[in-house]
Design a protein around this ligand. Structure first.
Ligand SMILES: Cc1ncc(COP(=O)(O)O)c(C=O)c1O
Length: 413
């Protein structure tokens, strides 16, 4: 077949395709331990709340109404209004429904937004600047033009107890006339890093000075799903594009992303939705609308989701430290999101090979090198000695996975 340049971009299997295929294949294979993907945990109390809410919207006809109608391209009006009130009540952002658009998951929002601000523009080629890596694997192949990303290596701060933390290296960071967008995930997938308020403030200041929007990917952040273990201030102003999602609340199947931005950016994004898919899905909004009305969304996030992940995280750390008692294992300080980022310093094989060995033994993780969009990853670099594992599976599975990991890693140290 003769594909266009645009079509060609989607012919090769990218890191994200591999990840989603592994996820689907692993789910179908009973004995594979799935610490690779980003599927949220099945939290019994959360599932029960969703079931009750579904029963309610089924009984009161709202679900059927959502299924039987198209919403407008910006998304379900009532939900947009409730969300604006929800954010204003907490953070005093002074936004209205005109500042919010829904998309088919935040991933599709990234496709629209990255390609709207970066790429060929009035004789220039603009890039997306990732001020810090590692960054979310899902950004990597999203540009319809080659070479969309410019990214920076992090500063590494060593902490007590074998932890480390990445920081933005502001000394290396430059927003130039060729920068179209600055983007960070906060909390960061894969590292669990949470940019400090000060780092956010400095990024915002730099971006505003150059008239470049700052995208904050808040898929795991505050106020929902609130998978964040330290107190940070959520951030928005009219130069910021905050992307949120219902996925990590435990609802990835509804494919609902939420974008908060200035009215011009929201109108442009809604036009794209109308052109590419008419309107966003209505099931997620009608369900979560009910949670907001019942004051259940904050309770779900603060009292169910966050403590669940925090406990899982602490338990997994204990198991890891017991199984791999070696100072060459460094763990990024888990401040949020649902992953641990492990650095096996001095390992004799790169993490791509480690991934294949682990998969052969029945454990799926993600090799580190996929998380450095915009960089040529050298075979012996820090990136290739890191892996990402989630900690969402139950304790027995986590223990089996960690036992495999410890056994295989020891072979190559
Ligand atoms: C950092 C981050 N942002 C965004 C997403 C995409 O979420 P969704 O498209 O399901 O809203 C993910 C998914 O894992 C993620 O980890």
């Amino acid at each position: 077949m003769n594909y266009s340049d645009f079509g060609e971009r989607f012919r090769h299997r990218s890191g994200i395709t591999l990840l989603m295929e592994d996820l689907a294949a692993g789910l179908a294979q009973d004995d594979m331990i799935m610490l690779g993907g980003g599927n949220p945990a099945a939290i019994p109390e959360a599932l029960e709340l969703f079931q009750q809410t579904l029963d309610k919207i089924c009984a009161n006809g709202r679900l059927l109404q959502a299924l039987a109608n198209y919403d407008g391209p910006q998304g379900r009006q009532r939900f947009l209004e409730l969300l604006a009130d929800y954010f204003n009540a907490r953070y005093d952002w002074g936004i209205s429904w005109r500042n919010i658009a829904l998309t088919h998951g935040s991933q599709s929002a990234f496709f629209a937004i990255f390609n709207s601000f970066a790429g060929r523009s009035r004789g220039r080629r603009r890039h997306v600047l990732l001020p810090i890596t590692p960054e979310y694997i899902g950004y990597t192949d999203i540009g319809i033009e080659e070479g969309m990303f410019v990214s920076r290596e992090p500063e590494i701060e060593h902490l007590d107890d074998g932890f480390f933390k990445y920081h933005i290296d502001f000394g290396q960071l430059e927003i130039t006339p060729d920068t179209g967008l600055v983007c960070v995930s906060r909390p960061t997938n894969p590292s669990g890093n949470v940019l400090t308020d000060e780092e956010c403030r400095r990024l915002d200041e730099m971006a505003r000075r150059e008239g470049v929007p700052l995208l904050l990917d808040n898929a795991y952040g505050t106020p929902f799903p609130h998978i964040i273990f330290n107190e940070v201030t959520p951030f928005w102003n009219d130069n910021t594009i905050v992307c949120m999602s219902l996925s990590k609340l435990g609802l990835p199947g509804v494919r609902t992303g939420i974008v908060i931005a200035n009215e011009e950016a929201i109108t442009q994004l809604s036009n794209m939705t109308a052109i590419t898919s008419l309107s966003p899905g209505g099931v997620g909004p009608v369900l979560v609308e009910e949670l907001i009305r019942d004051q259940a969304l904050s309770r779900l996030s603060d009292e169910i989701i966050r403590p669940f992940y925090q406990q899982r995280c602490e338990r997994t750390l204990t198991m890891l430290r017991q199984a791999i008692d070696d100072p060459r294992l460094h763990i990024h300080l888990p401040e949020g999101a649902i992953f641990l980022w492990l650095w096996f310093e001095g390992l004799s094989i790169p993490s791509g090979e480690l991934y294949r060995e682990l998969k052969r033994e029945g454990l799926l993780v993600i090799p580190g090198e996929y998380f450095f969009p915009g960089q040529e990853v050298r075979p012996d670099s820090h990136a290739t000695r890191c892996i990402r594992m989630n900690y969402v599976r139950d304790e027995t599975e986590m223990a089996r996975g960690i036992e495999i990991l410890a056994r295989v890693v020891k072979r190559y140290w």
